[in-house]
Design a protein around this ligand. Structure first.
Ligand code: COA
Ligand code: AMP
Length: 633
């Protein structure tokens, strides 16, 4: 067996500065970095601190400079609206530099924050790249979040401008963005200066000038703008993600490390070369969309597909195969839930047989644990490697994967393969010692983290240090738990905080609990993620009412469900709220969420020795059976 992967990995861990300096030569710098890693203020490490570059230059201009301007950069395909379009690198650069000019006209300068709340349309990508071009920091907010979440991001980022569209389209439902944005703007204490709104054809909305301008008006007399020189450690973007408490964390990405790392991953992890056609079926509102719909494939000079549709229902379970076949996609990256949805609808792959997928080489899955059944089903159907890899918003690229561009490794079903070069992954046990092979514990990464990961949290250095870097001195705590086996394969088993993963979307049960607690009849509540065959996990709420409440339980449940939809958004997929008599607690008053989850998932559980009243668990079981969560046994 070849030692290629082993050797490269070893070099990356033993001498990260040499390793990443080498990788940094593959990107465009206005001024090459001479200082590769500054460790003087750990855990705030700085990569390439004296380098000068620009994200947009590396995504677009560089390819035109190299004579590849006529290559297709972006393919947009929207089975929901029937629209399709293609943009070469030259065309995309023109649109981006014009919109960069439009942003400048609206007063956006280097370092200003710009919120992007948009559906999966080319203008969303153009807006992101235009920000990068002028050094503005974008913060994309997923369209499935409600006004309240948008308002908290406006406030935290203190955004100057908000870019949105008249609407998004979900199967069977039009998402009217304007009322959502208006409500968010009203709720936010920080006031944005301007709103730029893209009017979707045949769905125009009224704008209130001069604060609100349409996209077309904004670009009408805008001049094209060149890339601004940016310091490597300036921020490219903020992406808010669910944290251990209700308030979202602003994950920031610095510019130089982001370009270097992401470009490196395209060949080494995904075996993708310049000019290859790549598709990431995610949403630009998530990290997978940031990194692998927009940035990494463009840094590499690939063609990237922007898909406004779903794996099923737009129009059928053959939608993915159609895109792969129509555009000769080489590799696809999506969440396992998408494949579970296709498998559920078309278990025998009848739709698959209608398309030519002869150019398709590999499928990458991430965002949640890929269950072996789904991987095997996909392997059988596609006859290509199906690769589960593990990563987080915090890192922006894979911590563990089969690095197919270096050396293909064998699959172990249920494992997310080995640590990727750059990541020194360890398991730490509850006694704070490093685990031996196959021993369970917290998964941590030895500092420094490689380039492209998060150097801090937006305006929250203290939270960064306390939350991620303090529990285990010298290590980044991933908040995932699992083990590493004797061959170095990593097994991600669970989260150690309140995060759940619903259809590959990261949600905080704490945030949902905060909303439920605001209901005037609710005395206390617990939200937990129960196993779900399609979405991986689903949130359920258990609610205890205040004494003397006269409303009926069903009304209260409905109100609670609506409150979560209104305050967090449809993405929470919160559809089950059960009124119960009491919650099981320890003698010191801690709710036994883990035990309730085990009961709901119908897996074995031990009676917690500290429980105040064991009978409550029987009551909960009965309530779950009554509500069809748990089958009667
Ligand atoms: N804007 C507004 N609403 C959105 C939205 C968006 N961009 N994305 C999802 N929603 C809404 C959905 O319409 C749904 O609303 P509903 O309660 O009115 O039906 C709700 O949020 C929940 O969405 P979702 O969890 O995606 O469920 P679904 O039943 O609509 O679809 C899948 C299920 C599996 C088909 C879908 O989750 C999917 O395609 N997943 C692919 C994986 C993926 O993109 N993961 C992201 C990270 S890699
Ligand atoms: P996000 O930040 O939204 O990408 O979510 C990151 C979390 O999703 C991780 O901390 C894991 O809990 C989970 N996750 C992502 N990829 C995988 C995977 N391949 N296997 C298991 N869990 C995963």
């Amino acid at each position: 067996m070849s030692n290629k992967f082993k050797d490269i990995y070893k070099k990356s861990i033993e001498d990260p500065e040499i390793f990443w300096q080498e990788a940094s030569k593959d990107i465009f710098w206005f001024k090459k970095p001479t200082k590769i890693l500054n460790k003087s203020n750990a855990p705030f490490y700085k990569w390439f601190e004296d380098g000068i570059t620009n994200t947009c230059y590396n995504a677009l201009d560089i390819h035109i400079d190299q004579g590849n301007g006529k290559r297709t950069a972006l393919i947009y395909d929207s089975p929901i609206t029937g629209n399709k379009s293609k943009f070469t690198y030259e065309e995309l650069k023109l649109k981006v530099s014009r919109f960069a000019g439009a942003l400048g006209n609206q007063g956006v300068k280097k370092g200003d924050r710009v919120i992007i709340y948009m559906p999966m349309i080319p203008e969303a990508v153009i807006a992101m790249l235009a920000c990068a071009r002028i050094g503005a920091i974008h913060s994309v907010v997923f369209g499935g979040f409600a006004s309240n979440e948008l308002a908290s991001r406006i406030d935290d980022s203190k955004a100057k401008v908000l870019i949105t569209a008249s609407c998004g389209f979900e199967p069977g439902r039009t998402v009217e963005y304007k009322p959502l944005v208006d409500e968010a703007v009203k709720q936010a204490t920080h006031k944005i200066d301007k709103m730029i709104l893209f009017q979707r054809p045949s769905h125009e909305v009224k704008l209130n000038a001069p604060k609100e301008v349409s996209w077309d008006e904004a670009v009408a007399n805008a001049k094209e703008i060149d890339c601004v020189e940016m310091n490597s450690n300036d921020f490219a973007y903020i992406l808010y993600t669910s944290g251990t408490t209700g308030s979202p964390k602003g994950i920031v990405r610095d510019i130089g490390g982001h370009i270097v790392a992401l470009k490196w991953t395209m060949k080494n992890i995904y075996n993708i070369n310049e000019g290859d056609i790549w598709w990431s079926a995610s949403d630009i509102g998530w990290i997978v969309g940031h990194s692998y719909i927009v940035y990494a494939p463009l840094f590499k000079g690939c063609t990237t597909v922007l898909f406004e549709g779903k794996p099923v229902g737009t129009p059928d379970a053959g939608a993915f195969w159609k895109i792969i076949s129509d555009y000769k996609v080489k590799s696809l990256f999506t969440a396992p839930t998408a494949f579970r949805a296709i498998k559920k609808e078309d278990p025998e792959g009848k739709f698959f047989s209608k398309y030519d997928l002869s150019r398709f080489e590999s499928l990458f899955l991430a965002g949640e644990r890929a269950d072996p059944d789904t991987i095997k089903w996909a392997e059988n159907l596609l006859k290509v490697p199906v690769i589960d890899h593990w990563w987080q918003t915090e890192t922006s690229w894979a911590i563990s994967s089969n690095c197919t561009g270096i050396e293909m490794m064998k699959t172990k079903y249920g494992s997310a393969c080995k640590a990727v070069p750059g990541y020194d992954v360890k398991i730490i046990k509850s006694d704070k010692t490093i685990a031996k092979p196959n021993e369970m514990g917290d998964i941590v990464v030895k500092l420094p983290l490689p380039p492209g990961t998060f150097p801090t949290l937006w305006n929250a250095d203290k939270r960064y240090k306390e939350n991620y870097m303090s529990n285990y001195e010298g290590y980044y705590q991933t908040y995932d738990a699992g083990h590493i086996d004797e061959d170095g394969y990593i097994w991600i088993m669970s989260r150690t905080d309140d995060i759940i993963n619903v259809a590959g979307h990261r949600l905080s049960t704490g945030a949902i609990e905060e909303v439920l607690s605001e209901h005037q009849s609710v005395a206390e509540c617990a939200v937990l993620g129960i196993a779900d065959k399609l979405k991986g996990q689903l949130p359920i709420g258990l609610i205890v009412l205040k004494a003397g409440v006269e409303k009926d339980n069903e009304t209260i449940s409905k109100e609670c469900i609506q409150m979560v939809r209104d305050k967090i958004g449809p993405v929470a997929a919160f559809k089950i709220a059960i009124v119960i008599k009491r919650l099981p607690k320890t003698r010191s008053g801690k709710i036994l969420r883990g035990t309730i989850r085990k009961i709901a998932d119908n897996v074995e559980y031990k009676m917690p020795p500290t429980i105040d009243d064991p009978l409550i668990l029987e009551e909960i079981k009965e309530d779950l059976i009554k509500n069809n969560i748990l089958k009667s046994v």
